[in-house]
Structure formats: C-alpha cells, structure tokens
Design a protein around this ligand. Structure first.
Ligand code: DP6
Length: 360
C-alpha cells in the first residue's frame, strides 16, 4: 500500500450524526522506535507486545455541520472533564490526517476519552489514545463507505494512528506488532503496523508484563524531543543498524521460544534506548535511582533462581517486568517481597499480552 491509497475518492453514503466507541490497548516495544524522519516515518523498524489491561476507551459523537468549518470543530472530555490543554495535540493530529479523511471538516466531534490506568502514572497514553481515536474516525469513514474491506480498515486505522503518535500504530491489531520497513520481514512498511508475520512459540502467547510505577510525575523530556535528538546523534547510525539486527535475531527467538536470547535482546534494547538519551546533546536521564535498583534485583533473582524474568523500559523511569505465564507464582512473590518497595506508593499494574483494539 502507498500513502495515496489512503486518500478516498468519494463516499457512497451520507450521515447526519452517530456515536462510536472503541477501546485500544497500550503496547510495550521490545525493539525500540527512537528517532524519526519527517511525516512520522521511523528511523528504524520496531516490534512490540500488545498489552491487555492498560487501555483507553474513546467515544466519539459526530454531528453534521450546516457548512464546512475552516477550523476543526470538536470538544474534548478526558475522564469526564473538559481538557483544553489536550486540544492542541488533537488539532495537530486532525491537520496531519485531514487529507486522508476529507469528512473531518464537515462534522462537529464530541470526543470523550478515559484510561484504565491511573492518571499521571507515567504510562504514556498517547499510543492507546491515538489508536482508539483513529479507530473511531475510521468507523465513521466505514459508515460513509460501507463497501470498505476490513483489511483496509485496520491498515488505514494504523496508518492514521501513526500520524498521531508513532507507537500508536502498533496498538490496533495483533498480539505482536511490527512497524517499519525491514528487508527481511515480509509485508513490513513504514506506513503502518502489521501483525507479526512469522511463527511465535506458545510461551510468548501468554507473556506477562507487570509495570512497576517508579515515578508517576511528568517526564522531564518528551518522546518527541528525544526522537529529534537522534538527528546528528553520534551513535545514531550504529543504533539503527543494531535495531535492524535485533529484529532478525528476534525472528528465530520467537519461533524457537529461546527465552535466554529473548532476555538478551530485550534488556539490551531497553538500555540502549536510555544510552541514546544519555549520549545526545543535550543529554538527559529518565531513569531514577529506583529504576537501577530494580534492574539489579532482577539480575540477582535470575542468577539465583534461573527464572526468565527480564525488564524493559520505555521513555521514562517505570520498569516493565516481562516473564512467561508459567513462572508467574514465583515472580509475583518476588515482586511483592523485593520490588514493590521501589514503586511510588507501592503501585504496580499487572498486565499481559493482549489481542488489540475492540469496538464497544
Ligand atoms: C521509547 O510513539 O511516543 O516508547 O511518534 O513522537 O509520538 P511520537 O513518539 P512515541 O515514541 C515511543 C518511544 C518509545 C519506544 C517505542 O514505543 O517503540
């Protein structure tokens, strides 16, 4: 598919008003997207596990306007309250996607959105939020063009979500999602995420992700700024090359269920992401002392017990603990005994691999 394939020529139906509701999950990258070109094109391909519990629910009520607007017409409720400060992000999103959704200026949209995870938990809601909104908008387009095939629907939803936030394109469909062109991954593209196209061993199909909330406040540097700092970064070229190779390694790891190699790739990716932050100009650190304490504890636990608990990080201080379902009991005991002490107010979220977004 090319970008121009997402520009509709005309619609077969007209609608005065309607209401749509979608829920979309968050995702956690195993191979990280960090660095992008213009138009939300990633500098390297990435792959993520789709989460199940951490979700956004978005309702969109749309009403036809008497005439097209020059500005976009919408209001926004976040967790039941008007949030003027969130509106510029939606406006930027609308501007980026209006070519692909020409009906955007013909309606007023009431957007009502809420997250399953605690407010300001440090968990990025842009992936689940943009994915849920993109799906609601695609559903409106499908009502205007009911002949649309579902394969196109999901690809375009992911394409639109990417224009809202890169990682959001991995929150539409599939348990493991690959985004970004890679010469050895069939069907991969920079334009949207695809369900992982190769064999995945059973052990990964019920993988657990417990998120330790180490720091719940606002991050000191946003992901968007971080991506930008990869331009002219002294290690950028090697980093993009490494991500490319890690995706090749993961293909065998997924197929064979090789957990030791999985751990090596995933932890190395997490630490490299943060190494990029520490070596950009200006440099910055998003990990907290407790992030490091948790990592040391995990390494100690693994050495002592031979279990397969590992960690990954996103662009923040929180730690995602990844482990197979059949090690859940011992890992959960370890979390309670040793790791909760490092969480802000003892808070953590038990999540696991999920299927993707759903219409409600
Ligand atoms: C570290 O998708 O939040 O979580 O495209 O600027 O919205 P924008 O960035 P975003 O970046 C995510 C970065 C990451 C790694 C990842 O999810 O792959």
């Amino acid at each position: 598919m090319l970008e121009k394939d997402f520009i509709p020529s005309s619609y077969t139906y007209d609608k005065e008003k309607g209401r749509i509701q979608y829920t979309a999950p968050s995702n956690i990258a195993l191979v990280k997207y960090w660095g992008k070109k213009s138009n939300q094109i990633p500098a390297n391909a990435s792959v993520s596990l789709t989460l199940d519990e951490c979700r956004t629910v978005t309702t969109v009520v749309y009403t036809k306007l008497a005439k097209d607007t020059t500005d976009f017409s919408f209001d926004l409720l976040f967790e039941g309250k008007p949030r003027e400060d969130f509106k510029p992000k939606i406006e930027t999103f609308f501007r980026r996607i209006e070519n692909y959704l020409p009906f955007l200026r013909k309606y007023h949209f009431s957007i009502d959105t809420s997250n399953s995870f605690p407010h300001s938990s440090g968990i990025a809601s842009s992936a689940s939020g943009m994915a849920a909104l993109a799906l609601c908008l695609m559903d409106i387009e499908k009502q205007l063009a009911p002949e649309m095939e579902m394969d196109y629907f999901y690809k375009k939803a992911s394409f639109l979500a990417r224009l809202g936030s890169g990682s959001a394109c991995r929150s539409i469909k599939g348990t493991i999602v690959q985004w970004g062109e890679h010469n050895e991954i069939k069907g991969s593209t920079n334009l949207y995420g695809i369900p992982y196209p190769y064999t995945v061993a059973d052990v990964f199909k019920s993988y657990q992700d417990t998120i330790l909330l180490v720091h719940k406040g606002q991050k000191s540097v946003s992901s968007t700024v971080g991506h930008d700092l990869m331009h002219g970064h002294p290690f950028a070229k090697n980093r993009f090359h490494q991500a490319h190779n890690n995706l090749i390694r993961l293909r065998d790891i997924f197929a064979e269920g090789n957990l030791d190699d999985f751990i090596e790739v995933v932890e190395s990716e997490a630490l490299t992401l943060h190494a990029m932050m520490m070596t950009s100009i200006p440099y910055f650190i998003l990990m907290k002392p407790n992030t490091l304490s948790i990592i040391e504890k995990i390494w100690g636990f693994r050495k002592e017990t031979g279990n397969h608990l590992c960690f990954t990080l996103d662009a923040g201080a929180n730690v995602h603990l990844l482990y197979p379902d059949n090690e859940k009991n011992i890992v959960n005991q370890f979390i309670k005994d040793e790791l909760i002490a490092y969480c802000e107010n003892g808070q953590y979220i038990c999540d696991r691999i999920g299927e993707g977004a759903k219409k409600l």
